[in-house]
Design a protein around this ligand. Structure first.
Ligand code: FES
Ligand SMILES: [Fe+2]
Length: 377
């Protein structure tokens, strides 16, 4: 990696269809991608669909209870086999001409089989891909002989918080999906931007001590930590907006934030464990799917928590319906506002990145170097 301190990506990287297509082929088809949580497919025959760049994949829980991944492409004429996350299928049946595959991917039956003299069913199973799980999360890779996820993660596990996501719960309805009018890399760069925390989020993230933030790279993955502010930590159990996670030792409490290269965020805090799956849809459009796990709590506890927090911090409770996102007191809406403004500014010939903060924005330049390693191949 060079030590050059300049923005490495041209405007076209955020705006052109050509870059977008190239990313699908050279980047997203070549890396491990988040597919879902283990609890999404608990039983034999449960399945989910996911794209890894140009590759449509399915993950199935097989008869042996193990996860299997296959290309979601019928071996007859390529029709997509499954469309959504679903429950206990015994077989995978192509909707077009009803070729039937087992949960192990083998081709079991073909209607009017005498129409296909010489068809060797044993050679016509679904193309396999790689799948593995880590901390309750399922990851897929389009290549069947992909290097193991553990190798790809490098020493990232050493930088994770002491959180045990399997001990936390994801409530129905606590899932946030945002359709953002910005390139996916703008969202990622904002996620890693340590400079804006004290400014754009002056009110909403003031429970953390931004001055003590630190980050490093584990392999290609960005990993960040900042402690709680002193006054918040002192009053934590009385004022936290949600029940404090009970298995984090006091001395380790803080915000652990990670970006698994290239597009999957994990945020571990004193009250929550959150995944952010960031999916590029078009050069100027990105879907962000956020799932949150917390300590078990009642609705009343949730509502009174925010009231208590708001009273103590003198910051209004989040209001996602506010007309002005900058008045919403909602961290995500503040970030989306900043991302969409940046995307929109890129249409002007006057747009340029005028300067980069030496330490607080450096992580973005490092991310861009990793990105270009794939794109310049
Ligand atoms: S395309 Fe699948 S059975 Fe024909
Ligand atoms: Fe932010």
């Amino acid at each position: 990696m060079t030590s050059e301190k300049k923005w490495r990506l041209p405007v076209e990287a955020y705006t052109s269809q050509e870059w977008f297509d190239k990313e699908q082929e050279l980047l997203f088809s070549k890396v491990w991608q988040f597919a879902g949580m283990l609890e999404d497919i608990p039983n034999v025959g449960d399945h989910l669909c996911v794209r890894a760049g140009l590759q449509p994949l399915i993950v199935v829980r097989g008869e042996d209870n193990e996860l299997k991944a296959f290309y979601n492409i019928c071996r007859h004429r390529g029709t997509e086999l499954l469309r959504t996350t679903g429950k206990s299928k015994k077989m995978i049946v192509c909707p077009y001409h009803h070729w039937v595959y087992g949960l192990d991917g083998e081709l079991k039956s073909v209607p009017s089989q005498k129409e296909f003299p010489g068809l060797d069913k044993s050679q016509m199973g679904l193309h396999p891909a790689s799948v593995t799980a880590w901390k309750g999360m399922i990851f897929v890779h389009p290549e069947v002989d992909a290097p193991p996820l553990s190798e790809w993660l490098a020493d990232l596990p050493d930088h994770m918080g002491p959180h045990q996501p399997e001990k936390l719960v994801e409530y129905d309805g606590v899932r946030y999906q945002y359709d953002i009018k910005a390139n996916w890399k703008i969202f990622i760069e904002n996620y890693m931007d340590g400079y804006h925390l004290a400014h754009l989020h002056a009110d909403t993230l003031n429970m953390y001590e931004h001055k003590s933030q630190r980050y490093t790279y584990a392999g290609r993955h960005w990993t960040f930590f900042e402690p709680l502010s002193k006054s918040y930590k002192k009053n934590l159990h009385k004022v936290a907006p949600m029940p404090v996670i009970d298995h984090i030792p006091d001395e380790n409490i803080g915000a652990y934030v990670h970006m698994l290269f290239p597009n999957f965020g994990i945020t571990e805090t004193e009250v929550g464990w959150t995944t952010l799956n960031i999916t590029p849809i078009a050069p100027n459009r990105t879907l962000v799917d956020i799932r949150v796990r917390t300590m078990p709590m009642t609705t009343t506890q949730y509502n009174s928590g925010w009231m208590r927090w708001s009273k103590w911090s003198k910051v209004q409770e989040p209001n996602p319906d506010a007309d002005d996102p900058l008045e919403s007191h909602d961290v995500m809406l503040e970030d989306i506002y900043a991302c969409e403004q940046q995307q929109s500014a890129m249409r002007s010939p006057k747009f340029e990145v005028g300067a980069v903060a030496e330490t607080l924005e450096r992580s973005i330049l490092e991310y861009q170097a990793h990105y270009l390693d794939f794109m310049e191949k």
